[in-house]
Design a protein around this ligand. Structure first.
Ligand SMILES: Nc1nc2c(c(=O)[nH]1)N[C@H]1C(S)=C(S)[C@@H](COP(=O)(O)OP(=O)(O)OC[C@H]3O[C@@H](n4cnc5c(=O)[nH]c(N)nc54)[C@H](O)[C@@H]3O)O[C@H]1N2
Ligand SMILES: Nc1nc2c(c(=O)[nH]1)N[C@H]1C(S)=C(S)[C@@H](COP(=O)(O)OP(=O)(O)OC[C@H]3O[C@@H](n4cnc5c(=O)[nH]c(N)nc54)[C@H](O)[C@@H]3O)O[C@H]1N2
Ligand SMILES: [Mo]
Length: 775
């Protein structure tokens, strides 16, 4: 029997041990509702998709840096670590002297692993700061591309809003009516960035329902809230929530139900909003009858729900998903305006919240001691892009763009360096991304497994799984710090990101190496980073184990700030003493600043904007491409939980029985899903949990580009990656966030040949050498 270790992941803490048939994974006893995603780790350590040795694209090895077609499926040459480190050091020197940090994109977006020291982005940013003095960064996230920049102008910091204002404890005690736009699925709160020690959300919802609390779910998909909560489902047409919200606001205004005192004392700009609701500017009041035709929700239902909002202790929440779409600012802003009219913002468990239940670290208490984090150093390069403008930037060097009203220029990137993310999972319009990546001189990827991103790279460094190294698992909104104990040595020649980058830093020279490592080994770093936590615990008079005892015990409980309504409660209690961080210090229903940018797609107040590409005769169905239930994004897509959720070995396409009958589809059929961006295969599952006119294809299937058997599509994915179908179009000119949640498609039964799945195959390896190379 082998040793059992304690470990942590973004989807929960667990014990691991090498069993007879691979890894045994047992959830930690402190977790009341462990996630099945844990089991995806079984079989991962020695999966054939592992990157085992440093590898270089053959064409790069032969011809050196330069733009090229970086096709997935092209051959690689495996090299030693010494060779890889020296090739990378040469390339760093070349780009550094010829172009400088403005030619390096180290945005490197992605979730990576849960550990705090071996956090891939922190490591690569620290390295690029050390080696180049900086890099072009990506701001905001794919999660909250529109809301993260927007909310500070309207009410306050978005992380504070979602994590530290309205808590589950307060909701459990107070909330009578919970109006959720986009849902509160436990499949999503399975995940917390940095870890989650206890999955509380479903339990909380059950308790609220048991004491008579009422949930309303607004979503095209019924299982965005658990069935046993007894929520009322409002099956909205995708992308139309703003119209629904405006109509509810209209009812409150029209029937004299708006809280005028709250609007006067705590908000600015209500008068203009009122005038736009009444249709004074562009004709037509925003009535429930108006909204019914847009949303598909009956006018009576809209009016009744609006009246209920002011009669009860009400919380309005907006999921991330709503703003991950064209004009994504609008539903967030409109929900805030509606909640302001209801007048309960700042009261416990009531008012407005954002992204609650989209993740596990929302609605919890904040830890009151520092958690271990690695400093990324100082980035002296000011250039940045909104993170989802990656293809846009690579394809348009020198072109102007605007972000939050500021004029900027896209830099000319020569070196692209990625650690801990999978752009061929997270970005939209993947054929365009491939083209964009072809423009750089060199693409470096640090990966554990041969993802499509790794297969698109020039130089791939093999990285250890977290079970193959020691680390901490912690996050600021979870009360438990875990030791992530190493179970075994890395497969092949894999190393941690730290050791990999240390090797490159050493090849660059002693100064770079010293600056990157500060003379510490990974083990030294763990002790070093633990110290601030221990000192703070000791200062509070709490049990403050030394590192060795902590490591042996496996975890410690951390103290939390008292559960309060955060800055919103303070503002409500005394708006003069505790103004908001917004330009006016109040809630901005109309933003003078944003109005001043003069943008048509985001004027100064919430407005209804229909999507520019609604379903049409060629592509008659809405596509919902959301976060996957059975895995975190694309991670461990080959694992047992993920594989079990596929249909006929391809990603599952869910659709309504009425649509299925019309299309002649049956359960288990193979379908071709297509539009002007591309096509993919997917396995059919018929369910009336999805509203009519909508098909549901979650994201996360590893991209598997193969020749289109019909020869028609711009890109064809044999596995069902939804991002071959999504448009690479930012949310708006204000934020340029990811808009991948909603698309439009045509679906047909597929009776043609079914290509073998190649997504999890490594690339072909050839032997080669930089000399002796004539191509
Ligand atoms: N259409 C559409 N697209 C979307 C979304 C959507 O709703 N619809 N959602 C978006 C959202 S919210 C997000 S956050 C993104 C997520 O996009 P990503 O975060 O890029 O997705 P992951 O699959 O988590 O990618 C993490 C990668 O890091 C690797 N990795 C794990 N641990 C380590 C490590 O220790 N070191 C290194 N070097 N690598 C490691 C994994 O193997 C994996 O390939 O996707 C976005 N894309
Ligand atoms: N299991 C699992 N959990 C995850 C993740 C994961 O990959 N796997 N990813 C994590 C990350 S990084 C993030 S950012 C969050 C994402 O959190 P969210 O963005 O909130 O999650 P999604 O599942 O993408 O979307 C939630 C639901 O919104 C609904 N929806 C889509 N369009 C509309 C619309 O126009 N109106 C309304 N009312 N509803 C709509 C869809 O039915 C969808 O199921 O999830 C986190 N949790
Ligand atoms: Mo996200």
């Amino acid at each position: 029997m082998t040793r059992k270790v304690i470990h942590s992941s973004h989807w929960g803490a667990y014990y691991a041990r090498q069993g007879k048939d691979g890894l045994d994974i047992t959830p930690h006893e402190g977790d009341r509702a462990p996630s099945e995603i844990l089991q995806n780790m079984r079989g991962a350590l020695d999966h054939p998709a592992r990157v085992l040795r440093p590898a270089v694209r053959q064409s790069w090895l032969r011809r050196g840096p330069g733009p090229r077609d970086r096709a997935i499926g092209d051959p690689f040459v495996e090299v030693s670590w010494d060779t890889a480190a020296s090739l990378l050091a040469d390339e760093v020197r070349r780009v550094r002297s010829a172009h400088g940090p403005e030619a390096v994109y180290g945005g490197s977006y992605g979730w990576a692993s849960a550990g705090r020291f071996h956090h891939a982005q922190s490591q690569v940013h620290r390295f690029l700061n050390t080696a180049f003095g900086g890099y072009v960064s990506g701001v905001a996230s794919y999660s909250a591309g529109a809301s993260a920049p927007l909310l500070p102008r309207l009410i306050g910091n978005y992380t504070e809003i979602s994590r530290n204002t309205v808590s589950w404890k307060h909701i459990e005690a107070e909330t009578e009516l919970f109006l959720s736009f986009g849902g509160l699925p436990p499949r999503n709160s399975a995940i917390g960035n940095g870890g989650v020690s206890d999955h509380i959300e479903h339990d909380m919802m059950r308790r609220i329902a048991a004491r008579g609390g009422v949930f309303h779910l607004v979503s095209p998909i019924r299982d965005d809230i658990p069935d046993d909560i007894g929520a009322t489902w409002h099956a909205i047409r995708p992308g139309t929530d703003t119209a629904l919200m405006l109509a509810m606001a209209y009812v409150l205004q029209d029937e004299g139900l708006a809280d005028t005192a709250f609007l006067k004392d705590y908000c600015v700009g209500y008068e203009r909003f009122r005038s736009s609701l009444l249709g004074n500017a562009d004709g037509g009041p925003r009535t429930p009858v108006w909204a019914e035709t847009i949303t598909g929700i009956p006018a009576d239902t809209i009016a009744t729900l609006a009246r209920d909002l002011v009669r009860k202790r009400t919380l309005i929440s907006v999921a991330h998903a709503l703003q991950r779409a064209e004009f994504g600012e609008q539903p967030v802003w409109a929900a805030l305006a509606l909640a302001a009219m209801v007048g309960q913002i700042g009261l416990k468990g009531r008012g407005f919240t954002y992204a609650l239940g989209s993740l596990a670290h929302t609605g919890r208490q904040r830890v009151s001691v520092p958690i271990p984090v690695l400093s990324q150093g100082i980035n002296r390069c000011a250039a940045f892009i909104p993170v989802a403008a990656i293809s846009e930037m690579l394809l348009n060097p020198g072109a102007p763009f605007r972000f939050m009203g500021q004029k900027q220029t896209y830099p000319d990137i020569r070196l692209l360096w990625w650690a801990g993310g999978n752009p061929f999972h997270h970005h939209q319009e993947l054929h365009r991304l491939s083209r964009a990546i072809g423009r750089v001189d060199t693409f470096v990827v640090q990966e554990q497994v041969w993802t499509a991103t790794a297969k698109s790279a020039d130089i791939v460094l093999p990285i250890s799984f977290s079970l193959e190294r020691d680390d901490f698992g912690a996050t600021r909104n979870d009360p438990r710090l875990f030791a992530m104990q190493r179970l075994c040595a890395p497969s092949g020649e894999a190393r941690s990101d730290y050791d990999a980058l240390s090797a490159v830093a050493a090849a660059l020279g002693p100064d770079e190496h010293a600056a990157f490592t500060e003379g510490r080994s990974a083990a030294d770093w763990l002790r070093h980073l633990y110290e601030p936590t221990r000192v703070a615990l000791e200062a509070m008079g709490l049990d403050a184990p030394d590192f060795d005892r902590f490591w042996q015990d496996g975890w410690i409980d951390l103290p939390c700030h008292p559960d309060s309504g955060g800055f919103l409660e303070a503002f409500r209690n005394d708006p003069q003493e505790h103004p908001l961080g917004t330009p006016s210090g109040k809630i901005e229903i109309h933003s003078r600043e944003i109005a001043g940018y003069g943008l048509d797609d985001v004027p100064g107040l919430p407005v209804w904007r229909p999507h520019r590409r609604p379903p049409n005769a060629d592509y008659p169905l809405f596509l919902i491409a959301n976060a996957p239930e059975s895995k975190l994004h694309s991670q461990l897509d080959f694992g047992p939980t993920s594989t079990a959720a596929k249909v006929a070995g391809r990603e599952r396409l869910r659709l309504n029985s009425v649509d299925a009958a019309r299309l002649g589809l049956r359960d288990g059929d193979m379908a071709r899903v297509e539009n002007e961006c591309g096509a993919c295969l997917a396995g059919v599952q018929i369910t009336d949990l999805v509203r009519d006119g909508v098909v549901h294809l979650q994201t996360g299937a590893w991209f598997d580009p193969q020749p289109d058997p019909e020869g028609a599509a711009r890109v064809f994915c044999a596995h069902g990656n939804a991002n071959v179908l999504t448009h690479d179009k930012g949310t708006s000119q204000l934020t340029h966030g990811c808009s991948g949640q909603i698309g439009r498609v045509n679906v047909r039964k597929w009776t043609g040949p079914i290509p073998r799945l190649r997504a999890f195959d490594p690339p072909p390896f050839v032997s080669d050498s930089p000399e002796g190379s004539a191509s």
